[in-house]
Design a protein around this ligand. Structure first.
Ligand code: PLP
Length: 431
């Protein structure tokens, strides 16, 4: 069925919302989902989702990024199912984990070694620990508005007065070693290095910001960052949890032509299955191998994880989706902008075709060039968060924070459906 409001079913999800609210705090299993409308999905296939009422959606959230190949990719699911039928965790080595990491390293290109883990959050912890162990230093430079997981050592809220703990119960001293600076500002970055000579263990960043806006690095920014890290003996960590395998097979490092010392992958790495990885230069990763630095995990490189990574790498190598993602995302960005003009709505779309951000300019504000967290705040993000619920009612599933991800499975039919539904959603919003 189509998502036309006239035929949209809303039977109340058979009481699931009430049952969820009774047993799950906030009715959800991740706080990121607190902000979304309480929609219960029954299934996903390729670029589309169906809720328990039978309504169908074109999906641009992709489970917050992992479903880059589309939902329920048959080749990946078949590989995982076949592999786990022979067992799932051995507490020892198996051939698939070696094969998976060999393929992962071949995709990344620049890294010598990698370890598999379960979540991006924990892989970030491993990277920071490696950097501190290698340098004997504590301080870390990060960028306002970026996200590196929900743990005490990295979770921050970024206000005009600088960073503060992002959660009640989070000891502020856990963030004492952080120096936060604006993305895309090489001068501010240079100032941090000059103010703390010989103290900075690592710089960690989303090389393209996707947790606040969808902000690509400006020409020269990553290059200057690389130079500063090399000159100061600082470990450069790319958090490619979002950008990895999405912006290019070799992630942001390939797309922007700058090589870090360590990188973290997750989300698109495993076709929707829960796997993360830390990869990098041999002398850094070897610290795990000698036992000097601890990195452990019962479920690391489970059979499921290794099969999912191995088959996802095969799919991405055999049928690279990058040209079609560029084409679909580019046409979608153009189409959304056009609809904004046609309806006289101050829509602001920025980013790259594989990951872009949709929001509204404030009344009377001129076109905004979004380069960092501060410039992003000039947009009316709350208006878009409300509009995202209208989009859901019209069969477009997106994050309330404005990010849109395109998958390998989106094609002409999704483009046409999305633009038609967006058109009706804007009209409904104005009515
Ligand atoms: N790093 C970045 C850039 C992310 O976007 C996320 C999650 O959204 C993480 C780290 C944490 O990954 P996970 O949710 O798998 O723990």
């Amino acid at each position: 069925m189509t998502a036309d409001q006239a035929v949209r079913r809303d039977t109340g999800d058979a009481g699931l919302a009430a049952r969820a609210a009774a047993v799950l705090p906030g009715g959800v299993n991740s706080n990121v989902r607190l902000a979304a409308s309480r929609t219960f999905f029954e299934r996903g296939s390729g670029p589309r989702l169906w809720d328990v009422d039978g309504n169908e959606y074109v999906d641009y959230l992709l489970g917050q990024g992992p479903a880059f190949l589309g939902h329920a990719h048959p080749q990946v699911n078949a590989a995982v199912t076949a592999a786990v039928s022979r067992g799932m965790v051995f507490g020892a080595q198996h051939a698939l984990e070696v094969e998976a990491v060999e393929k992962l390293l071949a995709a990344i290109g620049w890294a010598d070694m990698a370890r598999l883990g379960v979540s991006g959050t924990e892989a970030v912890q491993a990277a920071l620990r490696l950097a501190r162990a290698a340098t004997g230093r504590r301080r870390v430079i990060g960028f306002a508005g970026q996200y590196h997981g929900w743990l005490d050592t990295v979770l921050m809220a970024h206000g005009p007065d600088g960073p503060r703990p992002g959660s009640a119960g989070q000891p502020p001293e856990y963030l004492a070693d952080w120096l936060i600076t604006p993305f895309n500002d090489s001068v501010a970055l240079e100032r941090q290095f000059s103010a703390h000579p010989g103290e900075i263990a690592a710089v960690i960043l989303e090389p393209m910001m996707c947790n606040s806006g969808a902000i690509a690095p400006q020409p020269g920014f990553l290059e200057r960052l690389r130079e500063l890290c090399t000159a100061n003996g600082t470990v450069l960590i790319f958090d490619e949890v979002v950008t990895g395998f999405r912006l290019a097979f070799g992630g942001a490092a390939q797309r922007f032509g700058v090589t870090p010392d360590l990188a973290i992958y997750g989300k698109a790495l495993a076709g929707g299955w829960p796997v993360a990885a830390i990869a990098g230069r041999r002398e850094l990763l070897e610290q795990f191998g000698t036992g000097r630095v601890n990195h452990s995990g019962t479920f690391n490189a489970s059979v499921m994880a290794a099969a999912a990574v191995s088959s996802t790498m095969d799919v991405l190598r055999q049928a690279p989706p990058y040209a079609s993602v560029e084409e679909h995302g580019g046409a979608l960005i153009d189409g959304l902008r056009e609809l904004g003009h046609r309806h006289g709505v101050p829509l602001n779309v920025h980013g790259l075709p594989a990951a872009f951000h949709v929001s509204f300019r404030r009344d009377g504000a001129a076109e905004t060039t979004v380069v960092d967290h501060a410039t992003l705040q000039s947009l009316d993000l709350d208006r878009y968060a409300r509009f995202s619920r209208t989009l859901a009612r019209h069969g477009i599933w997106v994050a309330g924070r404005g990010i849109w991800y395109c998958s390998a499975a989106h094609g002409q039919a999704e483009l046409a459906d999305t633009l038609e539904r967006f058109d009706r959603a804007i009209a409904a919003d104005a009515a």
